[in-house]
Design a protein around this ligand. Structure first.
Ligand code: IMP
Length: 173
């Protein structure tokens, strides 16, 4: 197996996820909230957020794709749509793994807005701000990172490494 430099440990991630989950509860209290998990990358983050959430949290899944290997193909494809009935009139929190150019989050926010939620915010575990091509910023961010290709805790490199409990960078020989 390749050498991996750890960027965020399991404990650091858990602490930050708890903080965000508590901030979300402070915002919504006992109102119903639909967490929209973007597959596959955000699956661990969304489940952990929800597991810690003290209020009425629901979960829905959406899948889009634009990446192959380490680079974006630029074209976003909707692979698994949302059920509009589950979004219409609800408080929605879009849960993303990482915001890079911002094209994916822009696409998803427009798509979800078209379903007329009561409110909508975005929550990304990681943010590579310096790479942004469109003006979009997540409402909540776990960690801001440099321009590095990261893997683990749901994030993949060609479907590999998602199962790592930490976030890291593959060291290239
Ligand atoms: P964007 O559309 O360029 O913002 O890309 C967002 C999507 O690209 C994320 O949801 C990830 O699936 C993928 N992505 C971007 N950077 C990374 C990375 O460093 N590691 C793994 N996936 C990434």
């Amino acid at each position: 197996m390749e050498k991996i430099n750890v960027l965020f440990t399991e404990e650091e991630i858990e602490k930050r996820v708890c903080e965000i989950s508590n901030e979300l509860y402070e915002k919504y209290h006992d109102e119903e909230v639909v967490f929209v998990c973007t597959l596959k990358g955000a699956v661990f983050f969304a489940c952990d957020l929800l597991k810690r959430y003290k209020g009425d949290g629901r979960i829905e899944f959406l899948r889009v794709s634009s990446y192959e290997g380490e680079s974006s193909t630029g074209k976003i494809n909707l692979k698994l749509p949302l059920d509009a009935e589950k979004i219409n009139g609800k408080h929605v929190v879009i849960v993303e793994d990482i915001v890079d150019t911002g094209y994916t989050l822009e696409y998803i926010t427009k798509y979800v807005n078209g379903m007329h939620p009561k409110s909508m915010i975005t929550c990304a575990l990681l943010d590579k701000k310096s790479r942004r091509k469109v003006e979009i910023n997540p409402t909540y961010t776990g960690f801001e990172i440099e321009d590095l290709f990261v893997i683990g805790y749901g994030l993949d490199y060609d479907q590999k490494y998602r199962n790592l409990p930490y976030i890291g960078v593959v060291v290239k020989e």
